[in-house]
Write a protein that binds this ligand. Structure first.
Ligand SMILES: Nc1nc2c(ncn2[C@@H]2O[C@H](COP(=O)(O)OP(=O)(O)OP(=O)(O)O)[C@@H](O)[C@H]2O)c(=O)[nH]1
Ligand SMILES: [Mg+2]
Length: 195
């Protein structure tokens, strides 16, 4: 902030852009561990990573040229209990997919220890069946929000893009085996396309 005369938001954006200058160093450091898997946890503020040109650049450089890469997008349980929260998050997930279009994306429902079994089932169902999402929107939203939500979910219905959410909880170490299986399936199908 002091060096470039920026406020906190501008400084965070510049810091994430400047990361590109350190990619070689970061790669070298990671390589020293000779890892089987690398997880790169990026900021929840999407404009810091996903929406900057540097995001996809960093993702492809840190992939070490490997084809076995995937983006995992988290739907935070705190934000998706109502249809309108779910739809806003779905829009964000779709724009991340649009930005990293060459990399397969797996959507995760995170922090599910905060939800009941019924709530988890309802949200996972919304992700697979947009008609169910429209029904819940009709039931639980009203006015302009309902109208907008219906229009947006109709776009998803027309795109036919359903992607199942994988429920996970870090706190309870729940669902991670299913996420891991999903990642392996993505990597295996990518390999067969490649060869
Ligand atoms: N109950 C519950 N809380 C969690 C879980 N994972 C993280 N948290 C908590 O959620 C809060 C916010 O953490 P995250 O959602 O990981 O967010 P962050 O990584 O700080 O920020 P961004 O990723 O940039 O949004 C912290 O208090 C975490 O301890 C989980 O599986 N269950
Ligand atoms: Mg985080």
């Amino acid at each position: 902030m002091t060096k470039y005369g920026l406020g906190p938001n501008g400084a965070m954006i510049l810091a994430s852009d400047l990361m590109v200058n350190y990619l070689d160093e970061i790669k070298k450091e990671i390589d020293e561990y000779n890892p089987d898997w690398i997880f790169v946890d990026t900021a929840g503020q999407l404009e810091l990573f996903a929406f900057r040109d540097t995001g996809p650049l960093i993702a492809s450089s840190l992939g070490f040229g490997s084809i076995q890469r995937a983006v995992s997008f988290l739907f935070d349980s705190n934000l998706v209990l109502r249809p309108n929260g779910f739809i806003s998050t779905l829009l964000l997930a779709a724009s991340v997919q649009f930005r990293f279009r060459r990399i397969p994306q797996i959507n995760v429902l995170s922090k599910v220890d905060l939800l009941s079994e019924e709530q988890i089932e309802m949200i996972v169902n919304w992700s697979q069946d947009f008609k169910a999402l429209e029904d819940s929107t009709n039931e639980r939203e009203s006015g302009l929000i309902r109208e907008l939500s219906m229009l947006i979910s109709d776009v998803f219905v027309q795109m036919g893009s359903t992607s199942e959410l994988i429920p996970c909880s870090i706190k309870e170490e729940d669902g991670l085996d299913i996420l891991f299986g999903s990642l392996q399936r993505v990597f295996d199908s990518d390999k067969s396309q490649f060869y």
